[in-house]
Every structure is written in structure tokens, then in C-alpha cells.
Design a protein around this ligand. Structure first.
Ligand code: ASP
Length: 303
């Protein structure tokens, strides 16, 4: 049994192919630092992991530096279709939304679906109707066009899915993930980010994990569920589970991407096969750390 008083949190701003420290990366680092500072204040005050990951993900969605919410990237028809999910590790309840084009903060809608319905995921018009009935802020495509213009002036590689994982002072875990999906995706395409067990998962007995990268790779390997299972049922620690899972992703599908996780005792691990994974974290109430790359990296075969 670990101390009930410590908390841990990690957030990410997406996997990418760039390796260089650039002006953009410096801006991302500042943004992650400021958002994580808010997450820390909440957890320090005794807030629930679930409330904290939703809050941090909402802030990430509102920053055009990322491919989520305001800064989401367009599909091949030039439209913005967003996705998000949230999972509570205490109850295994989850909420998710896909193919929404007028919701300012998809993570809030995912949370509302989790809290207010017997379902996990709503899509498209049904999701939009539910959001309107529940008073969630709606925006037009112009809002996303404006955010995308800001995003595109600083980012050529269009990555930047976001996510947050946390363990609160009570030992409860939660995870949230939000994205605009792959740049130029087909209209209607669903990625891993809203899929529980693929791009997002949380279980108090295992870990909370948020993934980013080529979504189809994470869907084919059910990667988020695997990471949780390695800890909860196979007894691996955070580092060993992260290593085993990223190795599996590469070995099975030459997968491209990475993830952040916090395990049941508050240890954090970051792993990726992509060149970069922008992230920041606090382990066991300690100092804020930021990184452009995951601490565990497994190289993909050249494709
Ligand atoms: N995983 C996201 C998707 O495939 C994209 C990303 O993380 O960059 O929709």
C-alpha cells in the first residue's frame, strides 16, 4: 500500500516525427508546463483524478498548438471532425465521442456521456443533439478553421493529439484523450483516441494510459488495454509494462506512436516508437518534468 497523500499526473501533446528542439517545441513546453501546473494545483487540493484529467485535456483542446479542439486538423474534405474519450479507473465507467464537428470541447461531451447515459460512445448528429440538450458549448466550423490557421503557422507535421492521466490522493486513476484525428483522413473515419482499450484506458488495479500516433496501429493491437492488463494481471511495474507494450506495438504491426501512463502506485512511464512524444509529468507529488521524447524508445523498421 502506498501513501494516500501523494499524487501523480502526466499530460501529452502528441507523437511526432520531428526530433529537433525548435521554437514551436519551446512553445509547447511552456504550454504543457502551465497546464500541468493547473493540474497539480487541483490534485494538491484533493481533486479527483477524473476531474483533473478532464480539466487538463480541456485546456489542451483550447490551445491551437495541438491537434485537438481549437487547433484540430481537417479531414480530406477540409472539414473538422473531432473525437475524445475519458475513463474512470475506479468504476471502469467511460465516455467517448466521435465525428463531432461543432463541439468546442469534445472531452466535456465524453464526460457528460459517461455521467448521464447508459452508453459509452455517441457519434455525429446524435452526439451533437445530446450536447445541445445538455447545454455544452457549440461552435461553427469557422472556429476550427481559425484554430487550424494558428496551428498550421507553427506546425508542418500536423501531429498533436492530447491526453492526460492521473492518480489522485485517494489512489484513483483516470485517463482522457482528445484529437482531430489524422490529417487528411476520410470523412467519418474513427481513430483510436475515442476507443476505450485502444487509445485510452484506466483501471485502478492497473494504470491510466493515453496513446497517440497512427491510430489504426493502436486499434489493431488494443494497446491501451494491453498496457493495463500487463500491470493488473501480469504484475509488471510501470516501466516494464510500458517497455513490453511498445515492443509489442512495433513487433506486431510496426506501429508508430507512443503513450503516457501512471500506474496504480503512482509511477509514471512514457514510451514511443515515434521520434517525439511531447509530454510533462509529476511523479509522486515531486517536481514537474518535461520531455520532447519518451523515456522508453523502440525504433520502428523503416517503411
Ligand atoms: N491517434 C490519433 C488518430 O489516429 C492521431 C494522433 O495521435 O496523432 O486519430
Amino acid at each position: 500500500m502506498t501513501t494516500q497523500s501523494s499524487y501523480s499526473i502526466a499530460i501529452h501533446g502528441g507523437a511526432g516525427n520531428d526530433r529537433q528542439q525548435s521554437a514551436r517545441e519551446a512553445r509547447i513546453e511552456d504550454s504543457l508546463l502551465s497546464i500541468l501546473t493547473q493540474g497539480r494545483a487541483m490534485l494538491d487540493d484533493g481533486a479527483a483524478a477524473l476531474d483533473t484529467v478532464v480539466h487538463c485535456t480541456r485546456l489542451l483542446e483550447d490551445d491551437p498548438l495541438y491537434n485537438a479542439g481549437y487547433g484540430a486538423v481537417p479531414n480530406c474534405a477540409g472539414r473538422f471532425e473531432l473525437e475524445a474519450s475519458v475513463m474512470d479507473g475506479r468504476t471502469l465507467k467511460a465516455g467517448a465521442v466521435t465525428n463531432v464537428d461543432n463541439i468546442r470541447n469534445p472531452v466535456d461531451l465524453a464526460r457528460r456521456i459517461m455521467d448521464e447515459t447508459a452508453h459509452i460512445m455517441l457519434a455525429g448528429q446524435g452526439a451533437a443533439d445530446f450536447a445541445a440538450a445538455n447545454g455544452l458549448a457549440s461552435v461553427s466550423q469557422t472556429y476550427f478553421q481559425e484554430g487550424w490557421r494558428k496551428h498550421a503557422t507553427t506546425d508542418k507535421d500536423t501531429y498533436g493529439t492530447v491526453g492526460a492521466v492521473a492518480r489522485d490522493r485517494h489512489g484513483n486513476l483516470a485517463a482522457a484523450t482528445s484529437t482531430g484525428g489524422q490529417a487528411g483522413k476520410l470523412p467519418g473515419r474513427v481513430g483510436d483516441s475515442p476507443l476505450i482499450g485502444a487509445g485510452n484506458s484506466a483501471d485502478n488495479e492497473g494504470c491510466a494510459v493515453s496513446c497517440t500516433g497512427w491510430g489504426e496501429d493502436f486499434m489493431r493491437t488494443a494497446l491501451a488495454a494491453q498496457v493495463c492488463f500487463l500491470i493488473s494481471r501480469q504484475g509488471l511495474d510501470a516501466h516494464a509494462a510500458a517497455h513490453a507494450a511498445i515492443e509489442y506495438l512495433v513487433a506486431k504491426v510496426n506501429g508508430n506512436g507512443g503513450f503516457i501512463l501512471v500506474d496504480r502506485i503512482g509511477n509514471i512511464a512514457t514510451a514511443a516508437s515515434s521520434a517525439s512524444l511531447r509530454c510533462a509529468w509529476i511523479e509522486q507529488g515531486g517536481e514537474i518534468k518535461t520531455a520532447l521524447q519518451a523515456s522508453i524508445r523502440i525504433a520502428r523498421a523503416a517503411s
